[in-house]
Design a protein around this ligand. Structure first.
Ligand code: PXL
Length: 264
């Protein structure tokens, strides 16, 4: 099979094992040529008590001009943390101009967790993301992001009906496949896949610890397997298994991310 070339658009956090510092090694490990569009450079991710932020939006038009001049195209797109709402129009321009035939657009609408928005995000960002996901072939929100996107109350108790309702509401916002990550039932965790009214569930044993950055790892492993020709459920299962492996290999002192390097 021809090597696939993907473009991943997200921030570069210098410290913190998330976004590009995860996507690059993980996608490369699975044999995908990984090109990057960094949206911002941060000193570290926003779970630390302070961070610096250099917005790279002004540089993106020049990057696009040169990709056009060099006739560069991609076989798929993975979007994660963008940071600023203005980047969403540029993302759409990017899909329009730099896509090979049938290149999937995979959007992880990273902006929150545990019922709250991450620092630096507001409801305007959520509203813009609601528009952007229309263009997706696959979306990968966690439960918090699913709730904000669909204006549903975030609940700690999450039964089957809750996931079904969230997935149905999300499917009205996009023609793409909806995959809610962090789907939990009876001590197991995985993903809830909803496509044209059909549901598939991936559930594996839940690890006791919750850690930062696992969503980005899930998205990267999922995308690599999907681009390599696996089904949605197979790709979700591979991603969940990999996240579990990372969690079991992470030392307790490692507060800001998981030790995915060992798992690779
Ligand atoms: O893991 C998601 C993520 C990505 N990038 C930055 C973040 C976060 C989550 O907090 O702060 C900069």
């Amino acid at each position: 099979m021809k090597t696939k070339r993907i473009l991943t658009m997200q921030d570069l956090s210098c410290v913190g094992q998330c976004s590009l510092t995860v996507a690059l090694p993980v996608l490369s490990r699975y044999g995908i040529e990984t090109c990057v569009l960094p949206t911002a450079v941060l000193s570290n991710h926003t779970m630390f008590k302070s961070w610096s932020y250099l917005d790279l939006t002004p540089e993106i038009p020049a990057i696009f001009d040169n990709w056009a001049a060099n006739d560069i195209k991609f076989d798929g797109f993975l979007l994660g943390y963008l940071g600023k709402a203005q980047l969403m129009n540029l993302a759409v321009k990017c899909f329009d101009e730099f896509s090979n035939a049938n290149a999937p657009v995979i959007i992880d609408p990273v902006f929150g967790d545990n019922g709250k928005l991450y620092g630096g995000f507001d409801l305007n960002y959520v509203a813009e993301m609601r528009k952007l996901i229309k263009r997706a072939d696959i979306i990968l929100p966690n439960v918090t992001e699913a709730c904000f996107l669909t204006e549903t109350e975030y609940r700690e108790e999450q039964d089957e009906t809750y996931f079904k309702t969230l997935a149905e509401k999300l499917s009205r916002l996009t023609d793409g496949t909806v995959i809610i990550t962090g789907y939990e039932q009876k001590g197991k965790i995985g993903a809830y896949i909803y496509r044209n009214g059909n549901i598939e569930r991936v559930l594996l044993p839940k690890q006791p610890e919750k850690r930062h950055g696992t969503g980005d790892i899930f998205a990267s492993v999922f995308t690599a397997h999907y681009l390599n020709g696996n089904s949605l459920a197979e790709s979700c299962e591979a991603a969940s298994r990999f996240v579990i492996k990372c969690l079991t290999l992470t030392e307790p002192v490692h507060f800001y991310g998981v030790n995915f390097e060992k798992a690779l």
